[in-house]
Design a protein around this ligand. Structure first.
Ligand code: AMP
Length: 555
């Protein structure tokens, strides 16, 4: 999508000029970067999953042909394509094929349902929907077809995965373009890429978001690839790195810190799934050197990581503060241990390997780029706070988005007048041995972080409020040993309290993704309120903590 599109926010010209002058923003598209990698190490493995392996040459050539097939279907550069796929090598084939066709991947999750997909589809005007076929429990192909019937911009349902040859409901992407000669496909891809500017929109990432309506983050070719290259450099990767990724690859962290970063240095991505123990044999067989352990894997990690001893060199913990016990158990494996803090909007910070242990253990390190800028502000205000004081983290830099897509009014609140993104995270800067490190201290945004997946409280409250018997709803985070947090709803009923089953049925009818459904209901006569009559979520969070502690003590 052209950066000149009025819905696409712009970097400030003076900032863009600095990022270019520093050599951070290159002139190639992401598809061209893959081509270069494929030419440098054609026979190295680019991606491995339990379903199979692709070398760089195979990935590049097959993605060329699929891209030509997509073009043959009438899909044109700049048009958005919804992605709802899990971690398997064909998803990567789809990713690069879509980029090679000049199309723009929209990174939704396989778990999203009607409520999310409808809004995102409308916002982007998506023209195609790529789903994984034959997922257990839910038929994404049928879902996509239903959706396409109501959304006239959607012209094609495409599928990857265990798709029956004779299932004509969706185009199978793996065989698309198989009748096109590789050289013809390559020429077409080259022609398409020549029309794309490195500062055009490459990808839409989905924001964890703080409003009831999903927000899309445009990521541009040059800055997105730079982000990945900077990650690979900071970790010290070269072509020998074998990078395991268990959390959804389509998330920003998956694309930047695993897929693109590995491919920027000719390394291999090994795709596991959310089930860390079940993925362990693949990771061990593939002799992975690196793994990003998300919040949802903090409990399993001490059990599983020892099986990777021998090949494992670096472990990055991310999503929440690790306990000392977790940090110690990883360090005991004799590997490098650090932390990552980051967001789809851009900024990534990480522990440097040469930083003192205290810094790696207790902070999320320092920003990835020398041109990243961070300020800790008075929450919701503009006063900058001194180091050591907790405030709202704001940031700007060569891979932090200048704004959300088609959201001018929201952007005025989400960014400071001088262009810093207000993260909604509470943080402070701590000086450790002369270096300023970032420490995350909480958040002001109204989210539940369920094992890394963000649940937007306002969105769920809105949908709960659509039930005729629910008078008021407030959704908060309750602590959870395995996932860090789960959603709990405090509710006021017009009549009798509803059962969990009735609430779930209601949310299913509303089309809300299941991972966002509250996992505990607390019915009250009224919600606690502050002295200015605002719903008091702090009081509810304290209440649920007390209730959980009492329940645990009585067990
Ligand atoms: P997402 O864009 O979905 O990756 O979510 C980004 C948000 O996840 C951040 O703004 C934080 O609220 C949270 N987050 C990410 N990494 C960490 C971390 N290491 N510690 C605490 N919170 C984190």
């Amino acid at each position: 999508m052209k950066s000149a599109d009025a819905r696409v926010p712009q970097y400030r010209p003076e900032d863009a000029a600095r990022y270019r002058a520093a050599g951070f923003w290159g002139t190639r598209t992401i598809a061209d970067e893959l081509r270069r990698a494929a030419q440098a190490t054609p026979d190295a493995s680019a991606v491995v999953s339990v379903e199979g392996t692709l070398t760089y040459r195979q990935l590049d050539e097959r993605a060329d042909r699929i891209a030509a097939g997509l073009h043959g279907l009438g899909l044109r550069p700049g048009e958005p394509v919804l992605f709802q796929v899990n971690n398997r090598y064909e998803a990567i084939l789809g990713w690069y094929a879509v980029l090679k066709a000049g199309l723009v991947p929209v990174c939704t999750l396989a778990q999203h349902r009607k409520y999310e997909i409808e809004q995102i589809s409308k916002l982007t005007g998506a023209v195609a929907h790529l789903v994984e076929a034959k997922t257990p429990k839910f038929d994404l192909v049928e879902f996509a077809l239903d959706h396409a019937r109501e959304h006239l911009t959607l012209r094609h349902v495409l599928a990857i995965g265990d798709h029956d040859e004779n299932d004509a409901r969706a185009r199978r992407i793996e065989t698309l373009g198989a009748d096109i000669a590789p050289a013809v496909a390559r020429t077409l891809v080259d022609d398409i890429q020549a029309q794309i500017h490195a500062e055009d929109v490459a990808v839409f990432q989905l924001s964890g978001g703080t409003t009831g309506v999903p927000k899309l983050i445009p990521r541009f070719h040059a800055e997105y690839w730079y982000n990945a290259k900077a990650w690979a450099a900071a970790l010290g990767w070269d072509a020998s790195a074998r990078v395991a990724h268990l959390i959804p690859i389509i998330h920003n962290a998956g694309i930047v810190c695993a897929l693109h970063a590995a491919h920027s240095v000719g390394a291999t991505v090994v795709l596991g799934t959310a089930d860390m123990a079940a993925s362990a044999p693949l990771l061990a067989r593939e002799r992975v050197t690196d793994i990003l352990v998300g919040h949802g894997h903090y409990v399993a990690a001490p059990e599983v990581l020892p099986s990777l001893k021998g090949s494992l060199k670096r472990v990055i913990l991310s999503g929440a503060k690790p306990s000392d016990a977790l940090f110690d158990s990883v360090e005991a494996l004799g590997v490098k241990v650090g932390q990552l803090f980051g967001m789809g909007e851009g900024l990534l910070t990480m522990s440097r390997w040469d930083a003192p242990e205290l810094a790696r253990r207790t902070t999320v390190g320092t920003p990835l780029s020398s041109l990243d800028e961070m300020k800790i502000l008075d929450p919701n205000g503009l006063t900058e706070l001194p180091d050591g004081t907790v405030g709202e983290l704001t940031c700007k830099g060569p891979y932090t988005t200048p704004g959300y897509f088609d959201a001018q009014e929201h952007n005025k609140r989400a960014f400071t007048p001088d262009g810093f993104y207000r993260t909604g995270d509470l943080a402070k800067i701590v000086d450790i041995e002369g270096t300023r490190h970032l420490s995350i201290e909480g958040r002001i945004k109204d989210l539940i972080n369920r094992g890394g997946e963000k649940i937007n409280a306002e969105e769920v409250e809105l949908l709960l409020g659509r039930h005729p018997d629910i008078l008021e709803a407030a959704v908060i985070a309750m602590p959870d040993e395995r996932l860090g947090e789960r959603a709990c709803a405090y509710l006021v009923s017009r009549h009798e309290p509803l059962s969990m089953e009735q609430v779930r049925q209601h949310l299913e009818t509303q089309g809300l993704a299941k991972f966002k459904w509250p996992e505990r209901l607390e019915w009250r006569k009224g919600l606690p309120r502050s002295n200015v009559n605002k719903v008091d979520k702090k009081a509810m969070r304290e209440d649920i903590k007390r209730l959980l502690e009492t329940e645990a003590a009585s067990r």
